[in-house]
Design a protein around this ligand. Structure first.
Ligand SMILES: Nc1ncnc2[nH]cnc12
Ligand SMILES: [Zn+2]
Length: 330
């Protein structure tokens, strides 16, 4: 039995495995510019975040109907459950679908068809976090938030993703203020490729409650001290960092130093279909490459539930935390 954990940094579109991509392409009459799944997998060699995003947005062409989004989410939830994920806070990128003529209702209701049965079918509780694409305009983000108003009962919070450098958090001040006024939780990608200042801005200007990645905080000791003091969770994605070359090799990942510094780190998969593994694979990889002991792994699992947005259900959080404490490593 794998270590119980929450997944807090997972782009549902990044769970589109080549086999499902080809199945959906066939179902929807979409022609993919790859001969087969092997050729598609062969294209998964990235120089940086931008080169990944180009492929990631391109492959979304196969996602067209509610059923496609339902199938996508079900496939993810089955894989996540098998790797010990008990709770998942799932990102989606509405603008990447709206721009292709796929309505927000199709995306949200399709995902919801899988999410509403997830506890019964997979034993995984879920939440949805709607992300704004930071390389699109602030006006587009505001329009997206407005379009989401009929679906807010399905959505826990907002996030900020896509190409980071040159798109500082401050660009989205107004939309985050509007999201907060609607009662939405707030997270933001910061310090993946962008500088430590973007992390500070995400906290101070956007009111971010968690920082997605946050890797580059380690360049600024005063920022590290603040993140420790304020217990700001960081949703790290080790295999993603290697594949997108934020770190040279897994053995050089700063996770151990971050834990030693007292940061509230969590381990997540980001875009598992592209980066070589799901949540449990990321745990296994850091255990092997970084020599994390059982106490550290248990700390990471505990942190994932501590950092989750389960305030409305503290009984559930306590139950998950008890599972972590009772877990016996094999
Ligand atoms: N790692 C990542 N960083 C920024 N935006 C993303 N969208 C999907 N994966 C992402
Ligand atoms: Zn991400």
């Amino acid at each position: 039995m794998p270590l119980p954990k929450a997944e807090l940094h997972l782009h549902i579109e990044g769970t589109l495995e080549p086999e499902l991509a080809f199945e959906l392409a066939e179902r929807n009459g979409v022609r993919l510019p790859y001969a087969d799944t092997e050729a598609l997998r062969g294209a998964y060699r990235f120089d940086d975040l931008r080169s990944f995003l180009d492929l990631y947005y391109g492959l979304m062409a196969v996602l067209r109907t509610e059923r496609d989004f339902e199938d996508l989410a079900n496939a993810y939830l089955a894989r996540a459950a098998a790797q010990g994920v008990r709770h998942a806070e799932i990102f989606f990128d509405p603008q990447a679908h709206l721009s292709r003529g796929v309505a927000l209702g199709t995306v949200v209701e399709g995902l919801w068809r899988a999410l509403e049965r997830s506890e019964a079918v997979h034993g995984v509780s879920t939440q949805l976090i709607m992300c704004f694409l930071r390389d699109e305009s602030a006006a587009s983000a505001l329009e997206t938030l407005d379009a989401a108003k009929p679906y807010l009962h399905r959505i826990t919070g907002v996030g900020l993703d896509s190409a980071e450098v040159g798109h500082p958090p401050v660009k989205f001040r107004e939309v985050y203020e509007a999201a907060a006024a609607l009662g939405l939780r707030r997270v933001a990608h910061a310090g993946e490729e962008g500088p430590p200042e973007y992390i500070t801005e995400a906290l101070d200007v956007l009111g971010a409650e968690r920082i997605d990645h946050g890797l580059r905080c380690m360049e600024d000791p005063a920022l590290v001290a603040r993140l420790v003091r304020e217990r700001v969770p960081l949703t790290l994605c080790p295999l993603s960092n290697v594949r997108l070359r934020a770190v040279d090799a897994l053995a050089e990942h700063p996770l151990p130093a971050m834990l030693d510094a007292g940061l509230l780190c969590t381990v997540n998969s980001d875009d598992p279909a592209y980066f070589g593994g799901y949540a449990g694979d990321n745990f296994d990889a850091v255990r092997t490459a970084l020599g994390l002991d059982e106490d550290r792994l248990r700390e990471l699992a505990r942190n994932s539930f501590t950092a989750s947005f389960l305030e409305h259900d503290e009984e559930r959080r306590a139950r998950y935390l008890a599972e972590v404490e009772a877990y016996e490593f094999g």
